[in-house]
Design a protein around this ligand. Structure first.
Ligand code: NDP
Ligand code: GUE
Length: 292
């Protein structure tokens, strides 16, 4: 029987740690605060942002929401980011992606103060991750690492295959697995017979955005599978959320697997809260030391 990796329970453990750390910061008169910037009216983005704000409240993190219309210019978004960078009461800044097509995402992400970049998408943090420096790390891959450590303990020597090479999931995921002493392969849309490479893996991370692409033929018996995919599909006349992995088939062969929903998604939000507290501690550490 395959183990079901419970992302909600793991997220609750991270959030309990975060809450305790927030209380320590409150006792030092630091109120960790996260600003979320949302441009346009994509319904899925609104749901994510609402969940983030709710979770923040539960652990005592102050959250601020900045909503701009879909027609907002890049300069208007950059103005909001500049104001948040300059505000010492704001410790974390998240600009919800995707941005409307007319706005250059890279330009906006690069404008965020790297110390407040709780998504870990700024090039300074990306570079730091690849060099093994202690920087803010992208939330989804960081959440996957927690789930893997909880399930397998030490990952040294494991062969991990990451399916997908996006800047927000696939690439930072590969960097974190390498840092944890895995051997890594990254497969993508130009890979020849990706399923053959995938079948060699002890660990599979699916971050493709294709509903149920990965079936049992891609998986070595006894592998651990982490499904990052979040795909809303219509099936049997209703709307449902499915991953990039064909869960029913793949769980027959795995040692452990994450479900969708209830797997990586809740961990992403928990790691965002974790990063906000880290950022608050780093920004105020100096002030706390001086007050002593
Ligand atoms: N749970 C969570 O917290 C989060 C979930 N997600 C979900 O994760 C999934 C991936 O997101 P994201 O990384 O942003 O997606 P992107 O669309 O940015 O990247 C998808 C990647 O998959 C590759 N790919 C596409 N088709 C195939 C194929 N047939 N075989 C192999 N590789 C393929 C693409 O290759 P190429 O580069 O060649 O185009 C690309 O590298 C989505 O379902 C998204 O909703 C995303 C963020 C957070
Ligand atoms: N700057 C930025 N940072 C992000 O981290 C970011 C982003 N933009 N844009 C969109 C993606 C997607 N993402 C998710 C977070 C939580 C769930 C989540 O909690 N999912 C629940 C289900 C939620 C539901 O029912 O819809 C679950 O999987 O159990 C999903 C997806 C963060 N992203």
């Amino acid at each position: 029987m395959s183990q079901l990796i419970d992302g909600k329970a793991a997220a609750a453990r991270v959030l309990a740690e975060v809450k305790a750390e927030v209380e320590r910061l409150h006792a030092q008169d630091v109120e960790p605060a996260l600003a979320v910037v949302l441009v346009g009216d994509d319904p899925a983005s609104h749901v994510y942002v609402r969940n983030k704000v709710l979770r923040a409240g539960e652990v005592g993190i102050r959250s601020l929401e900045y909503r701009l219309p879909a027609e907002a210019s890049a300069d208007e978004v950059l103005e909001v980011v500049a104001a948040l960078n300059a505000d010492p009461a704001v410790h974390g800044i998240l600009v919800q992606l995707p941005l409307p097509k007319h706005i250059d995402e890279v330009r906006v992400l690069e404008a965020i103060d790297p110390g407040k970049d709780v998504d870990g998408f700024h090039s300074e943090n990306v570079g730091g991750l690849s060099q093994g420096r202690n920087v803010l790390t992208p939330c989804t891959p960081a959440g996957c690492m927690r789930l893997l450590h909880d399930t397998l303990g030490d990952l040294s020597g494991k062969h991990a295959v990451v399916v997908g090479r996006s800047n927000i999931v696939g690439k930072p995921m590969a960097a974190l697995l390498l840092a944890a002493n895995c051997s890594i392969s990254v497969v993508h849309s130009r890979s020849v017979e990706p399923e053959k490479l995938c079948r060699l893996a002890d660990i599979v991370i699916a971050a493709v955005g294709r509903p149920r692409l990965i079936d049992a033929g891609w998986i070595k018996p006894g592998a651990v599978v982490i499904d990052v995919g979040i795909n809303r599909i219509e099936e049997d006349g209703r709307s449902r959320l499915v991953g990039d992995v064909d869960f029913a088939a793949v769980q027959q062969v795995t040692a452990a697997i994450t479900p969708v929903p209830g797997g990586v998604g809740p961990m992403t939000i928990a790691m965002l809260m974790h990063n906000t507290v880290l950022a608050a501690r780093q920004q105020t550490g100096q002030a706390i030391q001086e007050a002593r």
